[in-house]
Design a protein around this ligand. Structure first.
Ligand code: MF3
Ligand code: CO
Ligand code: CO
Length: 263
């Protein structure tokens, strides 16, 4: 496996890409309310990425994907398609996944959950899923194997009665949207795929956690992935840089408390 190690110059470009992706989520947050359509959310993000950031939304035309962002509501696991006929309603949960490609050619990839109005079950799922992300990020440093991060995620999800999606994974990221390695969020590693992290690697952690069974299927549109049992699903994603002593969260937002990383 050829896992790119970023140069100092590339790391600066990845920092900028990460900041840009985070800024899109910060910009859109006040717009994600009951009554707004996922098509409108996508349009606002697309315009911001092009007009304000001078960058490109990486999903657009990626293997034919027709939108700038992915909007995945309730039992949609990932790759939900924005839709001007789909209004958010109270009690919905939605993942919004943003990938920016900067003019320099580097990618920042991040997603977060929005709980519209109130949802006890959805709110708990979103919280536990974010904890899965944070607990695994806290372990990132040179020498740690991917399976160790995966076990942390699986343990936290399953001990709370949830399951970890197996059909989609995290990934290396840089000049490529999806680079090596693949990061499985459950412990299903072939021995040669369970690589040790090294300083200068960039990759995403993006656990998808279901209330019910882990199995998914893709709808006839060829993109929308849903839980087979129609149970709720949540996801959070960050782009990370492995540093000499730990990790830098390249897509950190101002609403996040990442002080747990300093402990
Ligand atoms: N942003 C997604 C990821 O986390 C990928 C979306 S690809 C698309 O890897 F084509 F569906 F947009
Ligand atoms: Co990703
Ligand atoms: Co993403």
């Amino acid at each position: 496996m050829n896992i790119p190690i970023k140069t100092a110059d590339e790391i600066e470009k990845m920092r900028e890409a990460g900041r840009q992706a985070a800024s899109v989520l910060e910009m859109i947050t006040p717009h994600v309310v009951a009554g707004v359509t996922t098509g409108e959310i996508d349009r606002l993000c697309h315009e911001y990425i092009v007009d304000e950031l001078g960058s490109t939304p990486a999903p657009l035309n990626y293997h034919g994907f027709p939108y700038a962002t992915c909007t995945s509501i309730n039992h949609v696991v990932c790759h939900g398609m924005p839709d001007f006929a789909k209004k958010l309603k109270k009690g919905d949960i939605m993942n919004l996944d943003i990938t920016v490609k900067t003019a320099d050619g580097y990618h920042g990839d991040s997603s977060m959950m929005f709980v519209v109005g109130d949802s006890i079950q959805g709110g708990r799922l979103a919280r536990i899923t974010q904890e899965c992300l944070y607990k695994s990020i806290a372990q990132v440093r040179p020498g740690v194997h991917l399976s160790e991060l995966a076990r942390t995620i699986q343990q936290h999800a399953e001990s709370n009665g949830y399951s970890v999606v197996r059909d989609f994974c995290g990934h290396g990221i840089g000049a490529g949207f999806h680079e090596d390695p693949q990061f499985l969020h459950y412990d299903g590693y072939e021995p040669n795929a369970d690589i040790a992290l090294a300083e200068g690697m960039c990759f995403t952690i993006e656990p998808m956690i279901n209330v019910g069974d882990y199995r998914t299927k893709v709808l006839r549109d060829g993109w929308t992935a849903v839980t087979k049992d129609k149970s709720l699903s949540a996801q959070w994603e960050h782009t990370l840089l492995v540093t000499a002593t730990g990790v830098e969260v390249l897509t950190a937002r101002s609403d996040e408390d990442l002080s747990f990383l300093e402990a």
